[in-house]
Ligand binder design. Sequence first.
Ligand code: NAP
Length: 178
Amino acid sequence: MENLIKGKNILLTGATGGIGKVIAKSLALEGANLILFAGRNQESLLSLKNEILQLGVKCECYPFELTNVDKLDEMLLKVKETFNSIDVLINNAGVAQNTPFDQISVGEFDKIFNLNVKAPYFLTQKVLPDLINNKGTIINVSSVVGHLGYENQNTYTASKHALIGFSSRLQRKYLKRE
Ligand SMILES: NC(=O)c1ccc[n+]([C@@H]2O[C@H](COP(=O)([O-])OP(=O)(O)OC[C@H]3O[C@@H](n4cnc5c(N)ncnc54)[C@H](OP(=O)(O)O)[C@@H]3O)[C@@H](O)[C@H]2O)c1
Protein backbone atom coordinates (compact mmCIF):
# COMPACT_ATOMS: atom_id res chain seq x y z
CA MET A 1 0.00 0.00 0.00
CA GLU A 2 1.27 3.50 -0.86
CA ASN A 3 2.69 5.39 2.15
CA LEU A 4 0.96 8.81 2.02
CA ILE A 5 2.78 10.09 5.12
CA LYS A 6 6.44 9.52 4.20
CA GLY A 7 8.29 12.79 3.57
CA LYS A 8 5.36 15.03 4.58
CA ASN A 9 6.13 18.01 6.81
CA ILE A 10 3.75 17.81 9.75
CA LEU A 11 3.30 20.69 12.19
CA LEU A 12 2.06 19.40 15.55
CA THR A 13 1.13 21.39 18.66
CA GLY A 14 1.10 19.86 22.13
CA ALA A 15 3.68 17.32 20.98
CA THR A 16 5.11 16.60 24.42
CA GLY A 17 1.76 15.73 26.02
CA GLY A 18 0.33 12.24 26.48
CA ILE A 19 -1.49 12.17 23.14
CA GLY A 20 0.98 14.42 21.28
CA LYS A 21 3.96 12.14 21.92
CA VAL A 22 2.13 9.13 20.52
CA ILE A 23 1.06 11.12 17.44
CA ALA A 24 4.60 12.46 16.88
CA LYS A 25 6.35 9.11 17.21
CA SER A 26 3.77 7.20 15.17
CA LEU A 27 4.03 9.67 12.29
CA ALA A 28 7.85 9.70 12.43
CA LEU A 29 7.83 5.90 12.27
CA GLU A 30 5.87 6.25 9.01
CA GLY A 31 8.57 8.61 7.67
CA ALA A 32 7.01 12.03 8.31
CA ASN A 33 9.12 15.07 9.22
CA LEU A 34 8.00 16.62 12.49
CA ILE A 35 7.68 20.29 13.37
CA LEU A 36 7.17 20.30 17.14
CA PHE A 37 5.43 23.66 17.33
CA ALA A 38 5.05 25.52 20.64
CA GLY A 39 5.23 24.23 24.19
CA ARG A 40 6.45 25.90 27.33
CA ASN A 41 8.81 23.17 28.49
CA GLN A 42 11.87 23.45 26.25
CA GLU A 43 13.59 20.46 27.86
CA SER A 44 10.71 18.08 27.02
CA LEU A 45 10.62 19.38 23.46
CA LEU A 46 14.37 18.87 22.99
CA SER A 47 14.19 15.38 24.44
CA LEU A 48 11.31 14.43 22.10
CA LYS A 49 13.14 16.00 19.14
CA ASN A 50 16.18 13.81 19.86
CA GLU A 51 14.04 10.68 20.08
CA ILE A 52 12.42 11.52 16.74
CA LEU A 53 15.70 12.32 15.00
CA GLN A 54 16.84 8.80 15.83
CA LEU A 55 14.02 7.52 13.60
CA GLY A 56 15.81 9.05 10.59
CA VAL A 57 13.38 11.86 9.76
CA LYS A 58 13.74 15.65 9.96
CA CYS A 59 12.60 17.20 13.22
CA GLU A 60 12.85 20.61 14.85
CA CYS A 61 11.19 22.14 17.90
CA TYR A 62 9.95 25.68 18.53
CA PRO A 63 9.31 26.34 22.22
CA PHE A 64 6.95 29.21 22.96
CA GLU A 65 3.66 30.04 24.64
CA LEU A 66 1.06 29.13 22.02
CA THR A 67 -1.60 31.48 23.39
CA ASN A 68 0.70 34.34 22.43
CA VAL A 69 -0.79 34.49 18.94
CA ASP A 70 1.14 37.67 18.16
CA LYS A 71 4.23 35.46 18.00
CA LEU A 72 2.85 33.06 15.39
CA ASP A 73 4.24 34.89 12.35
CA GLU A 74 7.74 35.06 13.82
CA MET A 75 7.73 31.37 14.80
CA LEU A 76 6.36 30.26 11.42
CA LEU A 77 9.15 32.21 9.69
CA LYS A 78 11.62 30.19 11.77
CA VAL A 79 9.89 26.99 10.66
CA LYS A 80 10.38 28.05 7.03
CA GLU A 81 14.17 28.22 7.58
CA THR A 82 14.18 24.43 7.95
CA PHE A 83 11.02 23.19 6.26
CA ASN A 84 10.02 24.45 2.81
CA SER A 85 6.33 24.20 3.47
CA ILE A 86 3.77 22.51 5.66
CA ASP A 87 1.68 19.58 4.43
CA VAL A 88 -0.29 18.73 7.56
CA LEU A 89 -1.36 20.82 10.55
CA ILE A 90 -2.36 19.03 13.75
CA ASN A 91 -3.90 21.34 16.35
CA ASN A 92 -3.52 19.08 19.36
CA ALA A 93 -2.49 21.32 22.29
CA GLY A 94 -5.38 21.79 24.68
CA VAL A 95 -6.28 22.19 28.31
CA ALA A 96 -9.22 20.77 30.27
CA GLN A 97 -10.99 22.18 33.34
CA ASN A 98 -12.88 20.81 36.31
CA THR A 99 -14.34 23.92 37.93
CA PRO A 100 -18.12 24.09 38.51
CA PHE A 101 -19.95 26.50 36.21
CA ASP A 102 -20.82 28.94 39.00
CA GLN A 103 -17.19 29.19 40.12
CA ILE A 104 -15.34 29.61 36.85
CA SER A 105 -13.44 32.89 36.67
CA VAL A 106 -12.91 35.10 33.64
CA GLY A 107 -9.20 34.29 33.88
CA GLU A 108 -9.78 30.52 33.76
CA PHE A 109 -12.29 30.90 30.93
CA ASP A 110 -9.77 32.96 28.93
CA LYS A 111 -6.95 30.46 29.60
CA ILE A 112 -9.05 27.62 28.16
CA PHE A 113 -10.44 29.50 25.20
CA ASN A 114 -7.09 31.09 24.33
CA LEU A 115 -5.39 27.69 24.04
CA ASN A 116 -8.27 25.51 22.80
CA VAL A 117 -9.88 27.93 20.34
CA LYS A 118 -7.98 31.16 19.66
CA ALA A 119 -4.56 29.55 19.12
CA PRO A 120 -5.70 26.83 16.67
CA TYR A 121 -7.95 29.35 14.90
CA PHE A 122 -5.16 31.80 14.11
CA LEU A 123 -2.50 29.14 13.55
CA THR A 124 -4.78 27.54 10.96
CA GLN A 125 -5.40 30.93 9.34
CA LYS A 126 -1.64 31.44 8.91
CA VAL A 127 -0.77 27.92 7.71
CA LEU A 128 -3.76 27.62 5.36
CA PRO A 129 -2.04 29.00 2.21
CA ASP A 130 0.61 26.23 2.44
CA LEU A 131 -2.04 23.59 3.04
CA ILE A 132 -4.06 24.75 0.03
CA ASN A 133 -0.93 24.73 -2.18
CA ASN A 134 0.04 21.27 -1.02
CA LYS A 135 -3.50 19.85 -0.98
CA GLY A 136 -2.75 19.31 2.70
CA THR A 137 -4.70 18.26 5.75
CA ILE A 138 -5.83 19.84 9.01
CA ILE A 139 -6.52 17.69 12.06
CA ASN A 140 -8.10 19.45 15.01
CA VAL A 141 -8.06 17.35 18.18
CA SER A 142 -11.38 17.83 19.95
CA SER A 143 -12.88 15.51 22.55
CA VAL A 144 -16.03 13.64 23.43
CA VAL A 145 -16.98 16.88 25.23
CA GLY A 146 -17.06 18.51 21.79
CA HIS A 147 -20.25 16.50 21.21
CA LEU A 148 -21.73 16.06 24.68
CA GLY A 149 -20.05 17.40 27.79
CA TYR A 150 -19.23 16.53 31.39
CA GLU A 151 -20.45 18.13 34.59
CA ASN A 152 -17.90 20.69 35.82
CA GLN A 153 -16.30 20.87 32.37
CA ASN A 154 -18.60 23.55 31.04
CA THR A 155 -15.91 25.85 29.66
CA TYR A 156 -13.84 22.97 28.27
CA THR A 157 -17.02 21.63 26.63
CA ALA A 158 -17.81 25.04 25.11
CA SER A 159 -14.24 25.34 23.78
CA LYS A 160 -14.29 21.94 22.09
CA HIS A 161 -17.72 22.68 20.57
CA ALA A 162 -16.18 25.88 19.20
CA LEU A 163 -13.25 23.95 17.75
CA ILE A 164 -15.63 21.56 16.00
CA GLY A 165 -17.74 24.46 14.73
CA PHE A 166 -14.75 26.20 13.21
CA SER A 167 -13.47 22.93 11.73
CA SER A 168 -16.85 22.21 10.11
CA ARG A 169 -16.94 25.62 8.44
CA LEU A 170 -13.44 25.15 7.00
CA GLN A 171 -14.28 21.65 5.87
CA ARG A 172 -17.37 22.86 4.02
CA LYS A 173 -15.53 25.73 2.37
CA TYR A 174 -12.35 23.95 1.31
CA LEU A 175 -13.81 20.58 0.46
CA LYS A 176 -15.96 22.63 -1.94
CA ARG A 177 -19.27 21.36 -0.62
CA GLU A 178 -20.83 24.77 -1.25
N1 NAP B 1 -6.20 13.17 27.71
C1 NAP B 1 -7.46 12.91 27.42
O1 NAP B 1 -8.12 12.06 28.06
C2 NAP B 1 -8.13 13.61 26.29
C3 NAP B 1 -9.41 13.20 25.90
C4 NAP B 1 -10.02 13.84 24.82
C5 NAP B 1 -9.39 14.87 24.17
N2 NAP B 1 -8.16 15.28 24.58
C6 NAP B 1 -7.53 16.40 23.86
O2 NAP B 1 -6.33 15.91 23.30
C7 NAP B 1 -5.36 16.96 23.24
C8 NAP B 1 -4.08 16.50 23.92
O3 NAP B 1 -4.38 16.13 25.26
P1 NAP B 1 -3.29 15.51 26.24
O4 NAP B 1 -4.03 14.75 27.29
O5 NAP B 1 -2.21 14.83 25.46
O6 NAP B 1 -2.74 16.85 26.93
P2 NAP B 1 -1.47 17.01 27.89
O7 NAP B 1 -0.85 15.69 28.20
O8 NAP B 1 -1.90 17.88 29.02
O9 NAP B 1 -0.43 17.82 26.97
C9 NAP B 1 -0.70 19.13 26.59
C10 NAP B 1 0.34 19.55 25.57
O10 NAP B 1 0.05 20.89 25.17
C11 NAP B 1 1.14 21.74 25.50
N3 NAP B 1 0.63 23.01 26.01
C12 NAP B 1 -0.24 23.18 27.04
N4 NAP B 1 -0.45 24.49 27.26
C13 NAP B 1 0.30 25.15 26.33
C14 NAP B 1 0.53 26.52 26.04
N5 NAP B 1 -0.10 27.47 26.74
N6 NAP B 1 1.39 26.85 25.04
C15 NAP B 1 2.01 25.88 24.33
N7 NAP B 1 1.83 24.56 24.54
C16 NAP B 1 0.99 24.20 25.54
C17 NAP B 1 1.92 20.99 26.60
O11 NAP B 1 3.28 21.38 26.62
P3 NAP B 1 3.86 22.38 27.76
O12 NAP B 1 3.20 21.99 29.06
O13 NAP B 1 5.34 22.19 27.73
O14 NAP B 1 3.48 23.76 27.33
C18 NAP B 1 1.76 19.56 26.11
O15 NAP B 1 2.66 19.28 25.08
C19 NAP B 1 -6.03 18.18 23.92
O16 NAP B 1 -6.55 19.03 22.94
C20 NAP B 1 -7.13 17.56 24.75
O17 NAP B 1 -8.20 18.46 24.96
C21 NAP B 1 -7.53 14.67 25.62
